[in-house]
Write a protein that binds this ligand. Structure first.
Ligand code: PEP
Ligand code: MN
Length: 333
């Protein structure tokens, strides 16, 4: 349930209303907008008399919400959430490029790529250190050493870093990582999500391979209900009957998630397609659909990449693409 307050409501009356709700086990999450203040109620509102609430002189309107997610719901947080990471902004009309290799492989590799993608317009550097691979025999990432090298690349390039966590036991290693990624395979690892809800750090939450929009948003809700409101949603392709591409980018996810939630929504054309030549047109499509940004796998030597080389574009392709994407994103506004 959402309570929309009249503009400039009497502060004592607002406090009394909050207290009255709390006595009934309901928490009021306050959102102060430009012209209105909104209370998003979390708790069992079943016994609340809507008409009695509407009759209060500080209340403009009361709405019941059908959706099971409250904190991520745009209905009571109408303004876009904008997340600031160093100098980078995600959400609220900004178009943000995150780029870098699938995995951190060596200091030379990550530092060279960081400098190149930065020069082309990326504002965040991605690089996996803990890799959730389908086969236990595949390269699993450099792990702790990978995080160390990623930080080194941040030092050299000035770009904030994004890396994937696969288990909450790794959290101490991520203390100085700017954005923590939750991969598709962990989207419904609720214990991990709860732990990430307790920290003050942006979380890039990827859609599970067969997760619905509502399931993705409910996973965001797990993080947000713990107190951490800095969640970035990522459409990275879902599993369909098509086998030509690695996954199928669900382009509708971008406008739908932006309509249903106030969170930034980005797309990952690399894992969606699995093919470097498709990354370029699909990136353009996601930008045109209104994505708040993209996360793209870029490698300085894709043919010899230790992970996801086939879908990694070269630094020079990224440079060419980045210029075009800014124009497309501008037109999509
Ligand atoms: C990744 O970003 O390298 C990754 C493993 O992504 P996803 O979880 O979307 O498969
Ligand atoms: Mn990858």
């Amino acid at each position: 349930m959402v309570i929309i307050l009249k503009s400039d409501p009497d502060k004592n009356k607002v406090d009394n209303l909050r207290l009255w709700l709390e006595e009934r086990g309901i928490t009021a999450h306050e959102t102060v907008g430009i012209s209105k203040t909104i209370f998003g109620l979390v708790g069992d509102t079943g016994s609340i008399d809507i008409d009695a609430l509407r009759a209060l002189d500080i209340v403009e309107d009361v709405k019941r919400i059908q959706e099971p997610y409250k904190l991520a719901n745009r209905k009571f947080h109408p303004d876009d959430t904008i997340i600031k990471i160093g100098d980078a902004l995600i959400g609220g009309g900004n178009f943000t490029l995150i780029a870098g290799p699938c995995s951190v492989e060596s200091e030379e590799q990550i530092c060279a790529i960081a400098e190149r993608v930065k020069a082309s317009g990326a504002v965040l550097l991605r690089g996996g250190a803990f890799k959730p691979r389908t086969s236990p025999y595949s390269f699993q990432g450099l792990q702790e050493e990978g995080i160390r090298l990623l930080k080194k690349a941040r030092e050299v390039s000035g770009l904030p870093i994004v890396s994937e966590i696969t288990d909450s036991a790794q959290l101490p290693l991520f203390e100085d990582v700017d954005v923590i990624q939750v991969g598709a395979r962990n989207m419904q690892n609720y214990e991990l999500l709860r732990r990430l809800g307790k920290i003050d750090k942006p979380i890039l939450l990827k859609r599970g391979l067969s997760a619905t929009y509502e399931e993705l948003i409910m996973s965001a809700e797990y993080i947000m209900s713990g107190g951490n409101q800095k969640v970035i949603l990522c459409e990275r392709g879902i599993r369909t009957f098509e086998t030509y591409t690695r996954n199928t980018l669900d382009i509708s996810a971008v406008p739908v998630l932006k309509k249903l939630t106030h969170l930034p929504v980005i797309a990952d054309p690399s894992h969606a397609t699995g093919s470097a030549e498709l990354v370029i047109p699909v990136s353009k499509a996601a930008a045109a659909a209104g994505a708040d940004g993209l996360i793209i796998e870029v490698h300085n030597d894709p043919a010899n990449a230790l992970c996801d080389g086939a879908q990694s574009i070269r630094c020079e392709d990224f440079e060419m693409l980045a210029g075009k994407l800014k124009t497309i994103a501008q037109c999509a506004k």
